[in-house]
Write a protein that binds this ligand. Structure first.
Ligand code: COA
Length: 197
């Protein structure tokens, strides 16, 4: 699309560009932006089982180490969504459990910047995370969602996760008990074929 010239003002008007959202692997330099997104949500208490008073913010260096360990050593997907170079959301997978029997199962997390909700970023991240987990050979994805977190429950449902567990009154925050919904989705052939390696 060509820029239009405003003849009265003599100014060149920029045509409105569609937002350019890219989903890519996370990098070390993304950690401060990811931490800011995370802290905001934790303070609002949407997802965390912790009360604000008990909460000790994670350390950026520690997060960098954990990110590198998961992404590079353990080959777990760890991705961000950026718009015009600004990180607006992230998602990652970690082992479901440490024991070797569970090595084909991951659990995941996804966070979108509070000022950029409902713009499709969660959808982009979730699709990319599922694809990356499947491509890495994982067969099952597990999510734990606060029972009051309607946005996350709906997002997961839209991507084929189904409820496989319900943990009533398992958390306590902001002065009341909270429930957790456990959701699961298979990847690739799931449990219909043995793993490849
Ligand atoms: C859950 C979250 C990642 C969704 O991100 P988002 O970018 O706002 O989601 P999208 O705009 O891509 O919406 C995708 C779908 O999610 C669902 N959704 C998103 N926000 C919703 C809301 N407030 N209420 C109900 N459904 C909602 C809808 O199904 C939506 O599809 P639709 O637009 O076709 O209806 C975001 O709300 C978030 O970061 N929440 C705080 C952190 C968190 O709870 N993470 C999940 C931990 S399990």
């Amino acid at each position: 699309m060509e820029a239009k010239l405003n003849s009265e003002a003599g100014l060149e008007l920029q045509p409105s560009q569609p937002p350019r959202i890219i989903v890519r692997d996370s990098r070390d330099v993304d950690v401060p932006a990811m931490l800011a997104i995370y802290l905001h949500h934790i303070r609002r208490g949407v997802e965390s089982g912790l009360d604000v008073g008990d909460f000790e913010p994670p350390d950026a260096e520690d997060l960098k180490r954990r990110r590198k360990n998961m992404q590079q050593k353990r080959k777990m997907p760890h991705i961000v969504a950026e718009e015009n170079g600004v990180v607006l959301g992230y998602a990652y997978a970690v082992p479901f459990r440490k024991r070797p029997a569970y090595r084909y199962a991951v659990k995941h997390s996804i966070y979108v910047h509070n000022d950029h909700l409902h713009r499709g970023l969660g959808r982009r991240l979730m699709g990319a995370l599922i694809d990356a987990c499947a491509a890495a050979g994982f067969r099952q994805m597990i999510g734990y969602i606060d029972g009051a977190n309607r946005a996350s429950l709906a997002l997961h449902e839209a991507f084929g996760f189904r409820q496989v567990g319900y943990l009533p009154s398992i958390g306590y925050k902001f002065g009341h008990w909270t429930d957790t919904v456990m959701v699961q989705r298979s990847l690739g052939p799931g449990g219909t074929e043995p793993p490849q390696a």
